[in-house]
Design a protein around this ligand. Structure first.
Ligand code: HAM
Length: 423
C-alpha cells in the first residue's frame, strides 16, 4: 500500500538547489516572451469539465487522462490537462476579439497541468507547462514565428541538440479527404487493431496513426500520407511556413506521419524532440495551428496557433547538455552570536539586510563551532561576530572569509565595513 504521507505517484517536490534551475528556466521564458510580444495570462487550475471535454473527442488526454471530480456543489470540474482550452475560454469570455486592431492576442502561460498517465522519466501526472497562444490571425509567418520562439527558448537554455518535426494536416477539405482515405486503408484490418483504434476509426481515423499499441502493425507502414491529399491552398500554406523557417535558419524535418495527440489541429503541426530521441514521449515542446476552438467557445470563427513546452523535460535536457546549471544556496554575511546578547545580533542582521545584503544568523544559541560551520555551508563572504563584550560596548567584529582580515568596529560602522570587505 502506498504511504499516504508521500507525494502521490507521478508528482514531485521541487526544492533545494533544483529551484535555481526552475527560476532560471522561467526567467528565460519570460524574457523571450517579452521579446516576442507575448503577455502572460493566468487562468484557473480547474475549469468546468465542458471546457476540456468536447463531444466526440478522440484524444487519450480527454478520454482517459483527465482528473475530473464533483465539488461539494455537485459541479463537474476538471484539473486542466493542458493550457490551450482554458486560454481560449478566457479569450472569448473577456471578448479579447472585440478590437480587430489588437489581434492576434499573443498570450503565454506557465503552470501545473494534470494528466492521469503512466509515470516514467519525463512523464508525470502533475507536470509544468509553458505555453503560448497567438489568437485571431492566421499566417504561415505567425506559425513560423511561434516555432522560432520555442526554438529560441531551447537555445537560450543551452540545449543544442533539438530538432523540429513538422507536418501539415491541411484545411478541412484536405483533412476530410485524408480521413476517408485512412478509413478505406484501415477498414480491412480493423479486426486486428486495438479497441481504441476501432473507436478512433469512427471518431477520427487520424488518431489511429498516433496509436502506441498498434504502431508496429503492418498496415501502419503502408498507410497513406496526408501530403497526397492536400489541396492547393493547404500545400501553399505549408510551403510558406517551411520557407519562413528556412529564412529564420531554423532546422526542421518533415514528418508526414506526425498527427499530434490532440483533436483540434489543422494545417501546421510540429514537435521539438532531442536529436537522439527514440521514444514517442520525448517532445520538449509541441503544438500547431487550430481553426475551430474560438468558435467552439462562442467567439466567432477565429484561428490560432501555439505550443506547449514541458518544463521538466526542458530542464532535464538542458542539464544533460551542460546548459543552465543549478546554483547552491549562498549568502553574503553570516552573523554569529555568543553569550547573552539579547536581540542585538538580530538587529545587526536586519540592518545589513536593509542595505541589500543576503544575511543569515543563528537563533538557537548553538556552539561557536556550529555557527562557523553554518557560515561555511552558506558560503558567507563575510562573518560578523557579536559576543557579550561587543554587545555592551556597541561593537561588532567583522571578518572577511576570503582574506581572513578581521576588524572590530562600532556598530554604526558595521554596514560600511561590510561594504568595504565584500562590496
Ligand atoms: P501536448 O503535446 O499534449 O500539447 O503537450 C505539450 C508538451 O507538454 C509536450 O511536448 C511535453 O513537453 C509536455 N507534456 C505533456 N504531457 C506531459 C506529462 N505527462 N509529463 C511531462 N510533460 C508533459 C498541448 O498540451 C497543447 N495544448 C499544445 C498547444 C498549445 N497546441 C497549441 N497551443
Amino acid at each position: 500500500m502506498s504511504n499516504k504521507y508521500q507525494v502521490p505517484r507521478g508528482t514531485q517536490d521541487i526544492m533545494g538547489d533544483d529551484i535555481s534551475l526552475w527560476q532560471k528556466a522561467e526567467g528565460i521564458i519570460r524574457e523571450q516572451c517579452a521579446r516576442y510580444g507575448y503577455q502572460e495570462i493566468r487562468t484557473p487550475v480547474f475549469e468546468h469539465t465542458e471546457v476540456f471535454k468536447f463531444q466526440n473527442d478522440s484524444s487519450d488526454m480527454v478520454t482517459k487522462e483527465m482528473y475530473t471530480f464533483l465539488d461539494s456543489g455537485e459541479r463537474s470540474l476538471t484539473l486542466r490537462p493542458e493550457g490551450t482550452k482554458g486560454v481560449i475560454r478566457a479569450f472569448v469570455e473577456h471578448k479579447l476579439y472585440g478590437n480587430p486592431a489588437e489581434l492576434p492576442a499573443k498570450l503565454f502561460y506557465l503552470g501545473p497541468m494534470f494528466r492521469y498517465e503512466r509515470p516514467q522519466k519525463g512523464r508525470y501526472r502533475q507536470f509544468h507547462q509553458f505555453g503560448v497562444e497567438a489568437i485571431g490571425a492566421k499566417s504561415p509567418l505567425l506559425d513560423a514565428e511561434c516555432i522560432a520562439l520555442g526554438y529560441d527558448i531551447a537555445k537560450a537554455m543551452g540545449i543544442k541538440k533539438v530538432k523540429i518535426l513538422i507536418n501539415t494536416l491541411g484545411d478541412d477539405e484536405s483533412r476530410d479527404a485524408y480521413r476517408n482515405a485512412l478509413k478505406e486503408h484501415f477498414r480491412p484490418y480493423l479486426g486486428e487493431l486495438c479497441g481504441d483504434c476501432q473507436r478512433r476509426f469512427e471518431l477520427n481515423p487520424l488518431r489511429i496513426l498516433d496509436c502506441k499499441v498498434d504502431r508496429d502493425h503492418p498496415s501502419f507502414a503502408s498507410a497513406p500520407a496526408i501530403s497526397d491529399y492536400l489541396n492547393e491552398p493547404s500545400k501553399k500554406y505549408f510551403e510558406e511556413v517551411l520557407a519562413a523557417l528556412d529564412d529564420l535558419g531554423i532546422p526542421y524535418q518533415i514528418d508526414s506521419r506526425l498527427v499530434r495527440g490532440l483533436d483540434y489541429y489543422s494545417n501546421t503541426v510540429f514537435e521539438a524532440i532531442p536529436e537522439d530521441a527514440t521514444g514517442q514521449q520525448a517532445a520538449v515542446f509541441a503544438g500547431g495551428q487550430y481553426d475551430g476552438l474560438v468558435e467552439h467557445f462562442g467567439g466567432g470563427s477565429l484561428p490560432g496557433v501555439g505550443f506547449g513546452m514541458g518544463i521538466e523535460r526542458m530542464i532535464d535536457l538542458a542539464v544533460e547538455e551542460g546548459g543552465i546549471k543549478s546554483d547552491s544556496r549562498s549568502t553574503d554575511v553570516y552573523v554569529i552570536s555568543m553569550g547573552d546578547v539579547g536581540s542585538y545580533a538580530l538587529k545587526a542582521t536586519e540592518t545589513l539586510r536593509k542595505e541589500g545584503f543576503r544575511v543569515d544568523t543563528d537563533y538557537q544559541g548553538r556552539s561557536l563551532k556550529a555557527q562557523f560551520k553554518a557560515s561555511d555551508r552558506l558560503r558567507a563572504k563575510a562573518i560578523v561576530i557579536i559576543g557579550e563584550d561587543e554587545y555592551s560596548n556597541r561593537l561588532a567584529v567583522v571578518k572577511n572569509t576570503a582574506t581572513k582580515e578581521q576588524v572590530t568596529v562600532s556598530i554604526d560602522e558595521l554596514t560600511n565595513t561590510v561594504k568595504g570587505f565584500i562590496g
